[in-house]
Design a protein around this ligand. Structure first.
Ligand code: IPE
Ligand code: IPE
Ligand code: MG
Length: 246
């Protein structure tokens, strides 16, 4: 596939959906789908590194996912601790820097520790920034952000008149990340399920029918090729955009 190296996305965000159905289709428990899903994560992280995409953000566990049966939540947390721990050498080999967003203090202690350790162990890497969204939802992030801004106003650190989009973005979990250029949801559903609500204002959306455990580099390449054929107008006219092109 011929991709234009001058029009690559800087930030790809993915709603990794379809693990449960993948397992059920094979007559297996849902947790097998989650386990297989970690292999897809490894493949896509590697692919993004090869494509020199600087930021990849994965929706791994939403605040709403706490409402799943306890056995599934427990299995997911165990899998997470194991995967984070096991993947550090591979992340370091591929120069991947791990990052996490979400209401992380809601995660089990063991999970928080594994995460902090892996983030520290990969902090010096200068390749792909891989952000895991854990106990994350856009509304929860915005609520925490608004509280933090209110506190800064209360202490006199900022004045209400100074609050603009840049200030708000700086108080979000994603303060250090650019907005996603591409949002992919696998698994066939066409909704955003509370992911990055502020940040996807102008993201290009892609809905893939492929279940997450089956998602592979060629699927990603196909989406990037489609992305390169889209015209991002940001409210302007097509004529304006064409005139601005170098
Ligand atoms: C996505 O797969 C992974 C998580 C939400 C943790 P699902 O578990 O939602 O799989 P489906 O949508 O039921 O197939
Ligand atoms: C979204 O998937 C959350 C993650 C992929 C982590 P869900 O399977 O939880 O979303 P809904 O419930 O179908 O909207
Ligand atoms: Mg799902």
């Amino acid at each position: 596939m011929n991709l234009d190296p001058n029009n690559m996305p800087k930030h790809v965000a993915i709603i990794m959906d379809g693990n449960g159905r993948w397992a059920k289709q094979r007559g297996m428990e849902r947790v097998f789908g989650h386990r297989e899903g970690t292999n897809a994560v490894r493949r896509i992280v590697r692919a993004c590194g090869e494509l020199q995409i600087p930021y990849l953000t994965l929706y791994a566990f939403s605040t709403e996912n706490w409402n799943r049966p306890k056995a599934e939540v427990d299995a997911l947390m165990t899998l997470l601790v194991q995967a984070i721990h096991d993947e550090v050498p591979e992340l370091n080999r591929n120069r991947v820097r791990l990052n996490a967003i979400g209401h992380l203090t809601d995660l089990p202690q063991q999970c928080q520790e594994a995460l902090s350790q892996a983030i520290a162990d990969t902090a010096g890497n200068t390749g792909l920034t891989l952000t895991l969204s854990l106990s994350y939802s856009g509304r929860n992030e915005l609520t925490r952000c608004m509280k933090a801004i209110a506190e800064s106003v209360a202490t006199g650190e900022i004045a209400p008149a100074d609050i603009d989009e840049r200030v708000i973005a700086g108080y979000l979990d994603t303060a250090l990340l650019p907005d996603p250029d591409i949002l992919i949801r696998t698994g066939g559903e066409q909704r955003v399920s509370n992911f990055l609500l502020w940040q996807i204002a102008y993201a290009e959306l892609f809905f893939s029918p492929v279940l997450w455990p089956d998602f592979n580099k060629p699927h990603l390449l196909d989406i990037i090729a489609q992305y390169q054929n889209r015209e991002r107008r940001y409210g302007k006219t097509s004529e304006q955009i064409k005139a601005e092109r170098p």
